[in-house]
Design a protein around this ligand. Structure first.
Ligand code: ATP
Length: 391
């Protein structure tokens, strides 16, 4: 990869966005590499759309700086705020925002006409953009006669038509049904690859984020909780929040037993003296040491596996058929663990099975500052009578 390919296309530094007393975002810092597809993922209200709109120039941040290809487009301290239309970006919204009274061609041509492109250039670029999203045959159709998926394709074509440096997507698929979403996410990913365009994508949909992103930023309460490639975020969540939000996981707490550590693995003593081996991945445990194990990473066997660690006989409490997966609840050291497996034959309820977990699938979590704060006892109240004059 050439150095220019690794150059940051977007740099966000110390970004803070407040609405009156509400701190919506920040401070957050991140950058997006040229050609990368980065996703901002998080629950409703975590600040992802606000962050995206600040990059687009549709939201005026309170503090921080934003650079695109090295050019400062926003800097609070230097009072720089380049208007949205001069940032070389294009945005695709959740509501397709296409004009129903215009043809498909005219919808896509609109941005080029505004930029005073010649008729020949418009014709060429619109046809190319429509071909990209497989809508070439619909050029003369009225936009009101399109399905939701087709309308969103037109919106994407319009965003691509003037070859922007960066494409921004704000939950572009959330108005589509589940099947169409799954298809469109593959199409958008392919399109992004083919164009090699840098893109920032906002979603609260985990599957969408995992399927589409080179890297994911998980946001929570206006802050960045974890940044990394999709597989790392899934396999090695940093906090309980990420483990829970990105897929389903068993969170197992206990005390660390340094005396039992072996082969580069840490040992956690959970309830009933069960020892769970896993990886620290250079992390510091919080006050309540906790490991995360994805529900799909636990295995149930009818015969005893040969591994000498992380194997236990367990009783099957309940099985729940979920279609593609079966969820099995097992009793483990006085608590319940959840196993999700694809096997068509789930063990019978009440039966005994052997549970095994690859230690590489057990990952130590860092202290989850927000959650610990939520759980912490309230600070002692001041002794309100102590300083009053005694009569
Ligand atoms: P969603 O997925 O629901 O769109 P989000 O993660 O994109 O959520 P934002 O829309 O960025 O969240 O909102 C972040 C926070 O800022 C929320 O608490 C929201 O209520 C607040 N907020 C957003 N826009 C405004 C505004 N114009 N005025 C006041 N508060 C706002």
């Amino acid at each position: 990869m050439a150095d220019s390919d690794r150059a940051p296309e977007i740099e966000v530094e110390g970004l803070v966005i407040r609405y009156g007393a509400v701190a919506a975002v920040g401070p957050v810092n991140f950058s997006v590499t040229r050609g990368e597809q980065l996703t901002l993922l998080g629950p409703s209200g975590c600040g992802k759309t606000t962050t995206l709109r600040a990059i687009a120039g549709l939201e005026r941040p309170t503090a921080g700086a934003i650079r695109i290809r090295g050019d400062t487009v926003y800097d609070a301290s230097r009072r720089i705020n380049v208007p949205a239309e001069r940032r070389g970006l294009s945005m695709v919204f959740q509501s397709y925002a296409i004009w129903p009274h215009m043809t498909v061609f005219e919808n896509v041509a609109y941005g080029l006409r505004v930029r005073n492109a010649s008729a020949a250039e418009i014709d060429d670029k619109v046809r190319h953009a429509l071909d990209l999203v497989k809508m070439g045959a619909y050029a003369s159709r009225n936009a009101s006669q399109l399905s939701g998926g087709q309308q969103q394709r037109v919106a994407v074509a319009r965003a691509c038509a003037f070859s922007p440096k960066v494409l921004l997507f704000d939950e572009p698929l959330s108005n589509l049904d589940a099947k169409l979403r799954a298809q469109m996410r593959i199409e958008l990913r392919e399109l992004q690859h083919r164009l090699g365009v840098t893109s920032v994508y906002v979603t609260h949909d985990l599957e969408e984020a995992l399927a589409m992103s080179d890297r994911i930023i998980v946001m929570r309460g206006g802050h960045i909780e974890q940044v990394g490639p999709a597989a790392d975020i899934y396999n090695y969540p940093r906090t309980a929040f990420v483990a829970d939000f990105v897929g389903s996981a068993n969170l197992i707490s206990g005390r660390l037993r340094a005396d039992l550590a072996r082969d580069g693995l840490i040992a956690l003593e959970a309830d009933a003296g069960r020892i769970l081996y896993g990886e620290a991945r250079g992390r510091e445990a919080g006050p309540t040491p906790t490991m995360s194990v994805r529900t799909v990473h636990l295995q149930l066997n009818s015969t005893q596996p040969t591994a000498s660690i992380n194997v236990w006989p367990v009783r099957v409490r309940r099985t729940v058929f979920l279609g593609d997966l079966t969820q099995v609840h097992v009793e483990w050291g006085g608590r319940e663990l959840v196993v999700r497996q694809t096997a068509s034959t789930a063990p019978a309820e009440g039966s005994t099975a052997y549970l095994s977990i690859d230690p590489a699938r057990c990952v130590l979590l860092e202290a989850d500052a927000a959650t610990e704060a939520e759980q912490a006892p309230p600070p002692p109240t001041a002794p309100i009578v102590a300083d009053l004059p005694i009569e």
